[in-house]
Write a protein that binds this ligand. Structure first.
Ligand SMILES: Cc1cc2nc3c(=O)[nH]c(=O)nc-3n(C[C@H](O)[C@H](O)[C@H](O)COP(=O)(O)O)c2cc1C
Length: 190
């Protein structure tokens, strides 16, 4: 599939077939993912691939956090829908920032967070486009940040959670979602 085609055809997928994704497919996808650019080639990303029973425990943990948030009367946005999509997907990849900022003074500390998060965003988008090119569907999920600490405990890591990606064979083919035209968002300067 051409790059431009993959970019145009990619959609967020929230309904997945039950089919398992073979290990070698996930490995090829991660190998594409790490080709993403990163600031100073620091490669701040780290991945935890969850499936089967472990993914079930993750979903259960997220649901517990959501239920507690609701009891506390706090807004939970699209979290229930995100949990549903991740529960359907055969694989959920947790994406962490493995680089620490301890000892880095302000404002460089904040700058480093922004820079590393951009690098990880590039990796996630590379993952999404790679999956598209391989005929797989994805959902980029930041709703997991509602449960950032609990996900760290689940994955036995102190690395910071950035996002999750649900991965599987799509069971839906949504049409394009609205975009503000680049013309409205772009200023030309000569
Ligand atoms: C940083 C980021 C976080 C997102 N988090 C969620 C999420 O938690 N739940 C969800 O359903 N979709 C999430 N999405 C998907 C967006 O809702 C989706 O990309 C947007 O509506 C445009 O639709 P499209 O991806 O099909 O073009 C996220 C996307 C990005 C880039």
């Amino acid at each position: 599939m051409e790059t431009m085609e993959a970019i145009r055809q990619r959609r967020s997928i929230r309904s997945f077939r039950k089919d398992e994704i073979p290990n070698d497919v996930v490995e090829r996808l991660l190998d594409l993912t790490i080709q993403a650019p990163s600031a100073k080639n620091d490669q701040p990303w780290r991945f935890v691939v969850t499936r089967g029973e472990a993914k079930g425990r993750l979903i259960q943990k997220l649901q517990e956090v959501l239920d507690e948030e609701k009891i506390q009367g706090r807004p939970t946005g699209s979290m229930q829908g995100s949990i549903r999509a991740m529960a359907e997907a055969p694989i959920v990849i947790l994406v962490f920032n493995r680089l620490k900022r301890e000892g880095i003074p302000e404002p460089y500390c904040y700058g480093k967070l922004l820079v590393d998060t951009q690098s990880i965003g590039a990796a996630i988008q590379t993952l999404l486009l790679g999956a598209q090119a391989m005929g797989l569907g994805t959902l980029w999920v930041c709703d997991v940040l509602y449960a950032a600490r609990q996900v760290q405990v689940f994955a036995s890591t102190e690395d910071e959670l950035v996002a999750a990606v649900a991965l599987g064979i799509p069971a839906e083919s949504p049409g394009p979602r609205p975009r503000t035209g680049w013309q409205e968002l772009t200023t030309w300067m000569d």
